[in-house]
Design a protein around this ligand. Structure first.
Ligand code: NDP
Length: 311
């Protein structure tokens, strides 16, 4: 079995795979073209098109992350090769930390203290009960459902939304357009953990942002394409024109790295993080990659991605 790996720090992945699969030939994409071209499997993250185009006998592609948006847009992606992606693999916990940080930032008024500190104002803000701070989670997949459950266990009322109907203990689950409007109308903090697909493009547009209650906050570690950035800026308002929304914590953007002249960098109600919410943790992920390879080899039925749906 020949596996070619492409990801940052590929040498570490190569070493871990080679150790777990001593019979396999494990190469990185840095190997000479004639060695890497007849791979059985690609284990990749943001691979260059040529790595896909040069393959002749691929049996499977393992996407070393949760989002397949980049892979599906890569020219030369074969249509007849099954694709699997990492599911949770330790990312749920990292994402839950990020989401918690965002919810607590607004719930415990850290944004207001930061503003007060500018002019040495000593003024404790009211602390409402968690039961009065409903949190919305858009996307209830491997990561989103982990985040929703973690927030629910911490005491926040959690409302979730997905494409198909779901049942998650303690989480009020919605689906469909009406379900989305119902959810948006009730939440104090909204977390978007949807994939980037044709159907989710600008799902938070001006109209939907306006459906959030006055003073709600938005936390987006999903994908930049989910939010119309211009509509978000308008909803956040500016110094002399206070907006409908209280603030935003954003990890992902329409264009990454976020261009230095993008007004989100300077907006006082926005926290920008550089797409770091849930990097793929090698140790958790490697076990899943090995399990995928065994399953491919033994002809087991795998839960592959749906290229038409885009995730
Ligand atoms: P999954 O594929 O497991 O789940 C996707 C969820 O989104 C599912 O609940 C799905 O609904 C829902 N969904 C998809 N399309 C729609 C739609 N049109 N309307 C409503 N719901 C929809 O993904 P993960 O949970 O593993 O990851 C989610 C995303 O998080 C990734 O695609 C990636 O973009 C992002 N991510 C960001 C990271 C970061 O560091 N910033 C790290 C990891 C992931 P259903 O359940 O009905 O299929």
């Amino acid at each position: 079995m020949k596996i070619v790996v492409h990801i940052d720090e590929a040498a570490q992945w190569q070493a871990a795979l080679a150790e777990a699969l001593p019979q396999a030939t494990v190469l990185t994409s840095e190997a000479p073209a004639d060695e890497r071209k007849d791979a059985d499997y690609l284990a990749i993250w943001k691979a260059p098109a040529h790595l896909l185009q040069e393959q002749t006998q691929l049996k499977g592609i393992i996407n070393l992350g949760a989002g397949v948006d980049y892979l599906l847009k890569t020219p030369g992606l074969p249509s007849d090769v099954p694709i699997v992606k990492l599911r949770d693999a330790g990312m749920g916990e990292l994402m839950a930390d990020y989401a918690f940080y965002g919810v607590l930032h607004f719930y415990r008024s850290m944004d207001r203290y930061s503003e007060q500190q500018q002019n040495a104002t000593w003024k404790p803000q009211e602390v409402v009960e968690k039961s009065q701070w409903p949190v919305g989670v858009l996307g209830l997949g491997a990561i989103g459902s982990f985040v929703a459950s973690a927030l629910e266990q911490a005491g926040f009322p959690v409302l979730g939304w997905s494409r198909s109907p779901k049942q998650i203990r303690g989480v009020h689950c919605f689906h469909g357009d009406d379900g989305l409007s119902e959810l948006l109308g009730q939440v104090q903090s909204l977390i978007t953990i949807l994939p980037d697909t044709a159907a989710t493009q600008h799902i938070l547009n001006a109209e939907r942002l306006a459906q959030l209650p006055q003073g709600a906050s938005v936390i987006n570690p999903g994908r930049g394409s989910l939010i119309d950035e211009q509509a978000l800026l308008e909803a956040l308002g500016s110094g002399n024109q206070p907006g409908h929304l209280r603030g935003a914590l954003l990890d992902v953007f329409q264009e990454e790295p976020l261009p230095t002249d993008n007004p989100l960098w300077q907006h006082p109600k926005v926290i920008v993080t550089p797409h770091m919410a849930a990097p793929t943790p090698l140790n958790d992920a490697i076990d899943q990659v090995i399990a995928y390879l065994h399953a491919f080899e033994s002809g087991e039925k795998l839960s592959t991605i749906n290229p038409e749906a885009g995730y």
